[in-house]
Design a protein. Structure first.
Ligand code: PLP
Ligand code: PLP
Lengths: 454, 483, 454, 483
């Protein structure tokens, strides 16, 4: 019904006249040689078009069939977190000049986004304790895969060690990315919620490109990496940490642990749960890897009048110049979401971010200690500290509890059986962020208690 | 220019007050070795400071909402504002991706519907919505091809053929997929040379990647012959469908004989580019490749939707189901257009490109001849005599009140200027642009030194790119001073 | 919890030092002489403050207690209409440069809004068929009152004739506005939905400042005014028409009827129902009244370089210059809503507006003919044409039907008893706009039928 | 400058396609005499045309979001973005105003809560939220006074006393309310002169309208004495509380002895001015005036809210219940601030004004002395010697990257410049402004002709206001050409 074509009939006519064409259909001759014998496609499945109102009705009714956070209180994390997002974020990010602009290849007409990208890089580098960060990658999983590829290329080695603390789905993505390479992935187990130091020691060797640790781990525990950096560097490998940026407001940063590269999922920095995407891949690194890292980089420079300005730089690493020798194939990235994360971080500032992170930590600990009072419920990895997620062992199948909670408007912890195997069938990964209220926590604990202790 | 956030930062200033608790609570209870010790150097500003900062930055940026953006290969068309509303629907925006399928039936139905519609428009039997961008779709398609040959025990196919006119992501994706790249040189008309193709094809060829219409804005005249040759060689045919806007509803890659195709929803299907992303790069495949599509897959049984991860799949290529909020926009746009609208979009994209091409004839020589598809490429090489590059013209175009065309791509055209007007621009805009372009080319000939000084009307003049790259400053030094 | 004060503690200290003050409380000495003996106010009812999230929860839960159009299908008009509003409207109107600017007294820094006001004036003048319009008044009712005051001042007469077709609440507002004047309001009755020509003829005389007609009338009928303009002008009075701008896309305009002044409520032009406000008062006039009319006016002019530009003009009519002799006391008006209406009109264009209006007309006629098939239901004023509202006579109290419909998620026609007196107790004013679907109409008719014919 | 919508209009171009039916259906079925005959000259544009038009217009406009806006008497402070979300809540945004009270309990509860909070902050026993702006509140208050005296059979009180420094709406409202205005000349200190007041008060005085703090940014030092004098005369006391930001939470008009007060939510309570409106002007009154408040009134019985129209009321002063979406913002802001925040807002408004006053001392003479309230007034009269007006300085201030202070008001100060920084601006901004202001005043003395030419950095230079007023063009001529 609407096609956003601005032409009036007479304008179309004039344009066709200039081209010497009778009707607009004559333009199909562009394809003539290639028009398949099957004739023009049947477009009937596309229907007759909708006006704005009918369209919104269609989507709203589909939206109503999803148990979003407005209908189910979220106690689930596992890679996607329900955080507070200030109203000013969307008011600023949604401005047309940002939204409808392209990659800032023409710096004179794109200073706004270039500066924002530069500021985003700065904020991420500072948060992760690294020297620099890029302008974004697709999401946390692909950022991790790209970081692994940096290590493989840098070291020209063929073994990649991943901590068991890495989200198992991220691990699968890394494996998919490595599909075409002759690289072997080895998992270093967790012991009590922390990377087994003895297993790691045994596996690090001359073929190891890198070890990737996570903190918090997928199970919520805070892993510790004293000496890991030295261990890797002595063996000529790189040390990569995947970390949740929200937790880094309070937790020891990858930089402080001595990592060479760090990755993260930027969703907790002001992005809604979004049904899973678009998300925001974070990659930061030590300066010496600057020419290795994938993705765009905005740099500070001066214009002809000596004014501070910004430009995409070191493009020779990228596919549009380097082609098959590029650091990565990435072209479109997640700039708008990087802007969103930047606006979020500037609005909260260091104190706000620390306050929110402390709220998550505190709510999760409150939830955990209350749930542990229920008979038959115990904390897995009780000796490890955790941040805002933790795994509980239940007296029955986690899937059953999960279903029961959902019927009560609660998205409870993630049942781990499907992801980690039947041995984990009675285990559930819980999360509480700063937005959970005391009432929500209390009510949830009561429902769990009632269900388990009928 | 605007000072940076850290240049504006005032230690102790507070912005938005979030839910939470004083951080001291954490600090007194968490063991020291786990705590961040280095200060957190984020900017300290009031909410007003932040609002002014980003409002002013926005004023330093051109978008389709402010300027005509004839950026070839990027399809910078108007994206209807109603589509911005879809990702704001709470049922989608605030949906946790790790909820059981019972909790996301509306999402799964929507995405399934989009898969069906795209499959229909592409002539493909199965579609994945997982890839996060075009290049990601390419990698996905390439890994699918790899698995396909593996499944047939055919391990000798290690090479991918790619025309020299292709987008850089094509060879880069091939390399990431573990293949070696063999470049197909273009013939005189800018199309793939049949003889070269013939020669290059072998039992080592896994895939031939073709961009249709090509990056010259041309439909290969021998496309069907090429397809037949490739098929005969046992290789698979990949179509880079980034230029979907040129043929959506008019022609189906599947009907042409392609096995795999990706498109960029952020070009054709109503996702504004957002300064570089997000986008999404759905991939369609013929039935024989469907088993290898990335996991998870959406399955429909009766009225119920679920997610499955077939063993044959190449595995997940990203976290979660895909860039849902982007994909829903694409679905909304297709639903709004309907059958008639979809065709009209493509036809008017062709009309606008050909009209502008005709209006610009006599300015700079075009590479290619006859009707173009949705874009066309001029060469500014002859201005080399005055010491000018395409990039110099681009700066004058900025000064005339436009964004600039794509320059230096495709690589096969020296001093290329690739112009794609899209269907959403009016004749009036094209007429004005044509006139301004003509004047700029004249000025380039008559007063080249002035052109070297462009732009003058932008917030900054040309940045010093050389020193930026020589000693890159990628993080704000003020962020360290603040500590 | 948040107060949006940007000062750091040390900045506050420096500022106080410059002023020679110890603490910020010392500034209270500004009031010292006036500080009442009762001491500082007790602020406890204001509570401890809320963060953004808690605030939105409070309001959302209150919003959920309102039966807005998302929860009750609207078949009610009577001065507030449920129309389609394109998404681009709020995207543009909400831009900070518009939203946070002041009245454009400094034209060089306010060209955006000045031009928009000028364009709004133009659109309203064209829609109403008049020479000019102002930059807005508070709402339709006060616009009507202000128009009456123009007539009173222009003619220096003391009788104002209002058609019974004017919304009775608007009539009350006019009476409130005239409270301090020695002016008598006389109501000219409707006959069969149209102003009684004989009554009007009898009342028009040498004391009459103006007659005000409405079209459509409050009862939905399209009133007709052949010869009314001449009648008034011969008697030295003015002719004012209050008209719904949505209907004017298709209906004869006040200008075509020969009115001197015209008013309207701009809400149907892209403003949501808004719980009643803010709305948008429209006032347009013949050129000769330009120096009489109230409110701001933007005019076209040139800057020093001869460039087209805009400026607030004829300010000598206004309170800030003319004070007690001003045309009106209005200062702040509804500019942002004028902008909103302008964006709406530009997006729809003449054809879109006509299409929407025709949709309202068509849906209302469809609804009416279906409801009339129900035994015991009849159309009041069957001989008058109506636009998108009509009055039905029911076999029982309208209030009862209204309540029943609301329980079924339908905001049915307005029961007229409360407004027009007990004689109207079984009458209901129905409305259907372009957004009502065939399904909604059919369902509503069935529910009414079932209720009336149990 | 941007061409107008009609200058851009292209006959036949279509924008958004709304729900509806082809207008021909109406035309064939509606009698001719009722149909519009003259063509409907609205602009014909595509959606993109419209988006670009208004995006570009926005770039020609300064707001608090882009610039410091020290506009005296207008309280141009930062309005938190979260408040913009409240009017978007569907339960309020899409609520029909003629629904029965059962259908609007959430609205009534919210507005009732706001009435209570404002009553508390103002020290008044009853509050109406109906008035659409400050001036509308004034008219309401004046009509209430009229009814009050009528109810007491006191028909001789036909006069309202208003200081010469008052805002123009005060006398204009008095006149609209049917009263004659008697002006109270200011004393030497800019305050009301007690002797004059004494002399002016009589049994004809209905109301004395005072602005507190006064438009000079001064708290009348003899306020309590004046109040006593007025009370003694039998007249009522009206306070123009537009400057609420100066005393919110610190002082209550009711406690000072005022009978009636209005405030402007669009100054103090988080409604951005929107280029001139919307606003709202709640009025608070003491108990003896409560019966006369405009209808409808919100009544609370137990947990249930209803609407009533008391017979004693002056009647409705506008359609429906009030500017609800504006009022909800005010409520949200007060709830967010809480007790502590409300006080801090006012204290910091005083601090910023006094700090800037001190920083500007020595530039231009100030009217008044000692601490100021939330604003202060300078006089540029002495620059008359160089042929300059306050308005010339204002243009230089625009060029320096600010909005300009209020000029030519209050009328009692020749060449007035009224400066109100508000509490949301940082010390840094005030320091920068003070420095720039100082330079501008210096420049005015050293190079007045240059100042006469300002502004140069705005999208247009000074418009020709004289010819605009001589032959006013109030509608676009292109809109008639199009027909
Ligand atoms: C022809 C072509 N292929 C591939 C791509 C890569 O797509 P993306 O940027 O979404 O990764 C582009 C994008 O610019 C393109 O124009
Ligand atoms: C002191 C004073 N009184 C009254 C008014 C009038 O308020 P409004 O513009 O809301 O009608 C204003 C507004 O500028 C004002 O500053």
């Amino acid at each position: 019904m609407a096609d956003f074509i601005p032409h009036t009939e007479s304008e179309t006519r004039e344009m066709l006249d200039l081209l010497g064409l009778d009707t607009i259909e004559d333009l199909l001759s562009v394809f003539s040689q290639s028009m398949p014998a099957s004739g023009p496609p049947d477009l009937s499945p596309l229907g007759g078009g909708k006006d704005e109102r009918a369209l919104m009705e269609w989507f709203s009714s589909r939206g109503d069939r999803n148990l979003s956070s407005s209908r189910a209180v979220v106690f689930r994390g596992a890679g996607a977190y329900d955080h507070f997002i200030p109203a000013a974020v969307s008011a600023l990010v949604g401005r047309g000049e940002f939204l409808t602009s392209y990659t800032p290849y023409q710096p004179e007409a794109s200073q706004g986004l270039l500066q924002a990208i530069f500021e985003f890089q700065t904020a991420i580098a500072r948060l992760y304790g690294m020297d620099l960060a890029n302008a974004s990658l697709y999401d946390g999983a692909t950022a991790l895969a790209e970081a692994v590829l940096v290590a493989v290329r840098e070291t020209e080695r063929s073994v990649v060690l991943l901590s068991e603390g890495i989200d198992p789905e991220y691990r699968s993505v890394v494996e998919t990315y490595l599909e075409g390479m002759s690289v072997r992935v080895e998992v270093i187990p967790l012991e009590g919620g922390k990377t087994s130091r003895s297993a790691l020691g045994k596996s690090v060797g001359p073929n190891v490109a890198c070890f990737v640790g996570a903190t918090p781990t997928f199970l919520g525990t805070i892993d510790q990496f004293e000496g890991v950096s030295d261990l890797l560097h002595e063996a000529g490998g790189l040390f990569i940490i995947h970390a949740n940026p929200h937790c880094l407001a309070l937790m020891k940063s990858p930089g402080e642990w001595g990592a060479d590269l760090a990755t993260g999922e930027g969703q907790p920095l002001g992005l809604p749960l979004s049904s899973g995407g678009p998300y925001l891949g974070l990659l930061s690194a030590r300066k010496k890897f600057v020419r290795r890292i994938p993705g765009r980089l905005a740099g500070l420079t001066k214009d002809r009048e000596g004014r501070q300005c910004f430009v995409l730089t070191l493009q020779a690493r990228e596919q549009h110049i380097r082609r098959e020798k590029a650091n990565s194939n990435i072209c479109s990235n997640e700039t708008l979401l990087a802007l969103q994360a930047l606006v979020y971080m500037s609005l909260l500032g260091p104190e706000g971010l620390r306050r929110a992170a402390a709220g998550s930590w505190s709510n999760a600990h409150d939830l955990c200690s209350r749930l542990r009072t229920i008979p038959g419920v115990s904390l897995v990895n009780p000796d490890a500290d955790f941040f805002h997620e933790f795994v509980l062992e239940l007296p029955l199948e986690a899937d059953d509890l999960s279903r029961h909670l959902l019927q009560n408007g609660i998205l409870g912890g993630l049942p781990l059986g499907a992801l980690l195997g039947p041995a984990w069938g009675r285990r559930m990964l819980w999360c509480a962020t700063e937005v959970r209220s005391e009432t929500e926590i209390a009510r949830t604990v009561e429902i769990v208690r009632h269900y388990l202790v009928h | 220019m605007e000072p940076t956030l850290w240049q504006k930062s005032r230690p102790g200033a507070r912005g938005v007050f979030p839910p939470g608790v004083p951080p001291e609570i954490f600090e007194t209870r968490c063991p020291e070795g786990l705590r961040r010790e280095s200060p957190l150097s984020l900017p300290e500003l009031s909410e007003l400071d932040v609002v002014r900062h980003f409002t002013r930055l926005s004023h330093l940026n051109r978008g389709v909402d402010t300027h005509f953006y004839p950026l070839g290969s990027c399809t910078m068309k108007y994206n209807p504002k109603i589509m911005d509303r879809i990702p704001e629907i709470a049922g989608f925006r605030d949906l946790h991706p790790r909820i059981a399928p019972e909790g996301m039936q509306g999402l799964l139905e929507s995405l399934y519907t989009l898969e069906e519609l795209l499959g229909h428009l592409l002539g493909m039997e199965a579609v994945t919505l997982a890839p996060a961008a075009g290049a990601h779709g390419e990698l996905t398609g390439i890994l699918i091809a790899r698995r396909y040959f593996e499944s047939r025990g055919d391990r000798g196919r290690t090479e991918i053929l790619i025309p020299d006119s292709a987008h850089g992501t094509n060879p880069a994706s091939a390399a990431m997929g573990g293949f070696s790249v063999r470049v197909l040189p273009s013939g005189n008309d800018g199309g793939v040379d049949l003889a070269h193709l013939e020669e290059a094809l072998s039992e080592r060829t896994a895939l031939v990647m073709m961009t249709v219409p090509s990056t010259l804005g041309i439909f290969e005249k021998d496309l069907l012959k090429m397809v037949a040759m490739v098929k005969a060689s046992g290789a698979l045919l990949y179509m880079d469908g980034a230029n979907f806007n040129a043929f959506m509803g008019l022609l189906r890659p599947g009907d042409l004989g392609f096995d795999i195709v990706h498109i960029n929803t952020h070009k054709t299907l109503a996702t504004p580019h957002g300064g570089g992303g997000p986008g999404s790069g759905p991939v369609g495949v013929k039935a024989h490749l469907a088993p290898f599509l990335p996991s998870p897959r959406i399955r429909k049984e009766g009225e119920r939707f679920s997610l499955v991860s077939p063993k044959t799949s190449i595995g997940p290529i990203r976290s979660f189901i895909g860039s849902s909020l982007v994909l829903l926009r694409a679905l909304g746009y297709l639903q709004m257009l309907g059958a008639e609208g979809v065709r009209r979009v493509a036809l008017y994209a062709l009309l606008n490109a050909n009209y502008l091409r005709a209006r610009l004839s006599g300015t700079l020589p075009r590479t290619g001849s006859g009707l173009c598809a949705h874009e066309f490429v001029l060469s500014a090489k002859e201005l080399g005599a005055e010491g000018l590059h395409a990039s110099d013209l681009a700066k004058e175009i900025l000064d005339a009140g436009y964004y600039a065309p794509t320059i230096s791509f495709p690589l096969i055209v020296p001093e290329a200027m690739m112009i794609e007007p899209t269907e959403t621009e009016s004749k009036e805009t094209l007429d004005r642009f044509a006139e301004d372009f003509r004047k700029i080319v004249e000025r380039a000939r008559s007063n080249p030194s002035r052109v070297k000084e462009a732009p003058r009307r932008t917030p900054v003049s040309r940045p010093d790119e050389v020193s930026a790259a020589r000693d890159p400053v990628l993080a704000d030094p003020a962020s360290l001073r603040a500590l």
